[in-house]
Design a protein around this ligand. Structure first.
Ligand code: UFG
Length: 326
């Protein structure tokens, strides 16, 4: 299929592009480059620098490239920022997304795979979380992703759009050529590895008094390549109708302390740790049940071990000590 990937120059987007290419799809990337890196886009793939707010331009692109399906990954995704700047999240995650849907409608593109998030659930009482859990976001990031999911359902009903909404848990790790390079970096695994490389003096653990086995937050880390493979499967499955899937590795998840320990083992570095207060809005535990996508699409994580995830991120960091800058 000819596929447009919005946000395809970003961390997860660039790996999704790699997996789509490997599966034989023809890919065009649209990215406003607010966070993306041109070098993250695989060679030979057209990178169109444009913003989804420019609906006419998006329509022209959909027509010119004869796009048959869209993987929509362009978004702002920092929970903390969303609380202090909600308007940005409503504009970029919801309004821009609606412009994309309207451009698809006008040009007859009827298939969409959407990057959603575990943040749509808020803080559910029951773990692991399956797709039938109540959606009660606790921040504008999760709220805007959920609002867009709701819009997808109504566009399906009104206009026959077919969509797959993929609710990511904690994406981590790297492919051979693409890795995590955020500015500012807020995610645990890259920060821990920066401490291992001596680029930051220590890691601050946000809270050690959570009701978890070791007092630190538990998360469900999923290798970015496993996550990307799910997009390829979801795209093919759209022929049989719309769907919503959680994407995590499941099990019991890993605590912040366990992540630091895994990184010490992989890197051989001491990785100094300090304890700080809880970060606002952090749920104690977020672990996915991904049974639905396992059963319906036969997806399974191939690199679900925390050590393998951290190892791939460490390999990428050593090969790209300054990220994509060099
Ligand atoms: N953490 C620390 N110290 C740090 C950074 C993180 O202790 O310096 C902790 C956090 O408190 C959290 C865990 O490490 O408990 C993981 O934090 P990340 O920032 O790596 O990831 P989050 O779980 O906060 O966020 C991820 C995605 C979001 C998404 C969310 C869903 O990055 O986009 O999962 O809940 F919204």
């Amino acid at each position: 299929m000819r596929v447009l990937v919005t946000g395809g120059a970003g961390y997860i987007g660039s790996v999704v592009v790699e997996e789509l290419l490997a599966a034989g799809h023809l890919v065009t990337v649209l990215d406003n480059m607010s966070k993306g890196h041109a070098d993250a886009v695989p060679p030979g793939v057209d990178l169109v620098r444009a913003d989804l707010h420019e609906q006419e331009l998006v329509e022209q692109l959909l027509r010119a490239a004869q796009i048959e399906a869209v993987v929509h990954m362009a978004a702002d995704s920092l929970v903390g920022e969303s609380v202090t700047a909600p308007g940005k999240y409503y504009r970029n995650n919801l309004v821009a997304g609606l412009r994309l849907l309207d451009a698809m409608l006008v040009t007859g593109v009827e298939r969409l795979v959407f990057s959603s998030t575990a943040a749509v659930y808020g803080e559910p009482a029951q773990q692991p979380i399956d797709e039938t859990a109540a959606t009660r976001p606790t921040n504008p990031y999760g709220e805007t992703k959920l609002a867009f999911e709701h819009a997808l359902a109504w566009y399906e009903r009104a206009h026959g759009l077919r969509y797959a909404s993929l609710r990511y848990f904690n994406a981590a790790g790297a492919s051979r050529r693409a890795g995590e390079d955020h500015d500012p970096e807020t995610h645990l695994i890259p920060l821990v590895l920066q401490a291992a490389a001596g680029r930051v003096p220590h890691v601050t653990i946000f809270g050690d008094d959570y009701p978890t086995p070791d007092g630190t937050c538990v998360r469900d880390y999923i290798h970015v390549v496993d996550l990307a493979r799910a997009h390829v499967l979801a795209l093919s499955a759209l022929a049989e109708g719309s769907r919503i899937y959680n994407l995590g590795c499941g099990g019991v998840g890993y605590s912040v302390r366990q992540v630091v320990d895994a990184a010490r083992e992989v890197t051989g570095a001491p990785i100094p740790v300090q304890f700080g207060p809880r970060r606002a809005g952090d749920p104690a535990i977020l672990v996915a049940s991904s049974d639905r996508i396992r059963q319906e699409l036969g997806w399974q994580p191939l690199q679900g071990e925390l050590g393998a995830i951290v190892e791939s991120a460490w390999t990428w960091l050593r090969a790209h000590p300054h990220g994509y800058a060099h």
